[in-house]
Design a protein around this ligand. Structure first.
Ligand code: MG
Length: 351
């Protein structure tokens, strides 16, 4: 039985800005692209959320809801530096740290000697250290696996902890809305809802075969998650199954040629991180202005820049007019039987 902690910083970019600019603490603040350039909100603070402003909302819409909103472009270099400080805190407790983005990570503390092995006390101490040393708040979820820990970290946000002990998993999962499962976006939730499926308990009634028939591989995944099952290991750099680089653009881009330009800037870093290891495929990821994303992959034995460019242009057709806010490229390493790590490490240079 694993003990997994998911740590998620509270409105990370906005929190860093509020720490560094106390005068912004109580006013609606958002980090995002400018409205005149069709930008979107990346993060906002709680006073801004009170106006209904959310991540991924168009900046012009956010300003309509709250004309006095302070909208700033943000400072990615600083966020990366703070993210590094947070990771150093994580590594005091375990080497098994899997960053998901600049402000989120999974920790496997199953074998940690700290606090008598209590994942709950470790999570509380991590939150305390982040607060004391960085003057930022984090929320954490403790659970026997990754997806439950991630859901748990949302339960008592902000500045909260939620612990899901193994004995409580079955009851927790049964009442869990399907829309809360990672990978179930708005569209999938609507599809499930049309089948009369709202909660995890209902997946049991429809059955694995029917889920697989309707949703393919994802259906089988739903079946497992619906019973609280997630066998994925925390993947550190050392056991990583894919290597990727990606960047969130300060301003959305609209032309495939611009995407290829971003790709060419990421490419040398990908090759450096790959460090000559054997690969079995390449994958392009695009995230659109509405925060949905698409990936396109091909099998190949060598990283090929020309192939990456073709995949990028091909994936771009799925944008259907939407702006692109993130471009990523990854390669799948030659290890067997592991789910590909979702996304790469954020590089976050300014476009
Ligand atoms: Mg966060």
């Amino acid at each position: 039985m694993r003990k997994i902690i998911h740590v998620d910083m509270d409105c990370f970019f906005a929190a860093v800005e509020m720490r560094d600019h106390p005068e912004w603490r109580d006013i609606p603040l958002a980090i995002g692209g400018s409205a005149s350039r069709r930008g979107v909100i990346a993060t906002c603070n709680y006073p801004a959320r009170a106006y209904g402003i959310r991540s991924a909302m168009a900046s012009h819409q956010a300003l309509q809801r709250c004309p006095q909103l302070l909208l700033i472009p943000g400072n990615m270099a600083e966020y990366k530096a703070v993210s590094q400080q947070i990771r150093e805190i994580f590594h005091r407790y375990t080497e098994l740290v899997e960053p998901l983005s600049l402000d989120e990570a999974y920790l496997d503390v199953s074998d940690s000697p700290w606090f008598g092995g209590s994942a709950t006390l470790i999570a509380e101490d991590i939150r305390r250290a982040i607060n004391d040393e960085l003057q930022l708040t984090a929320s954490a979820g403790v659970a026997p696996n990754k997806f439950l820990a991630k859901i748990a970290s949302e339960e008592n946000k902000p500045d909260g902890l939620f612990v899901l002990p193994p004995a409580a998993v079955a009851d927790f999962v049964r009442q869990l809305p399907l829309a809360k499962l990672p990978g179930v976006g708005r569209k999938t939730a609507e599809k499930l809802s049309a089948l009369g499926l709202e909660h995890c308990s209902q997946l049991l009634e429809i059955g694995e075969a029917e889920l697989a028939r309707r949703f393919g591989k994802f259906g089988r995944l739903l079946w497992q998650r619906g019973q609280g099952i997630d066998e994925r290991e925390v993947q550190t750099e050392r056991v990583r199954k894919s290597v990727g680089v990606e960047t969130t653009l300060v301003t959305d881009i609209h032309q495939p040629e611009q995407g290829v330009q971003v790709l060419l800037r990421l490419w040398p870093e990908l090759i450096r991180r790959l460090a000559g290891r054997a690969i079995k495929g390449m994958c392009i990821k695009l995230k659109f202005e509405d925060f949905t994303q698409t990936t396109l992959s091909r099998r190949c034995e060598l990283p090929q820049q020309a192939l990456a460019e073709r995949l990028c242009v091909e994936a771009w057709e799925r944008a259907r007019g939407r702006g692109v806010r993130l471009v990523g490229v990854s390669v799948e390493l030659c290890h067997e039987e592991q789910e590909r790590q979702d996304g790469g490490e954020q590089l976050g240079f300014d476009w």
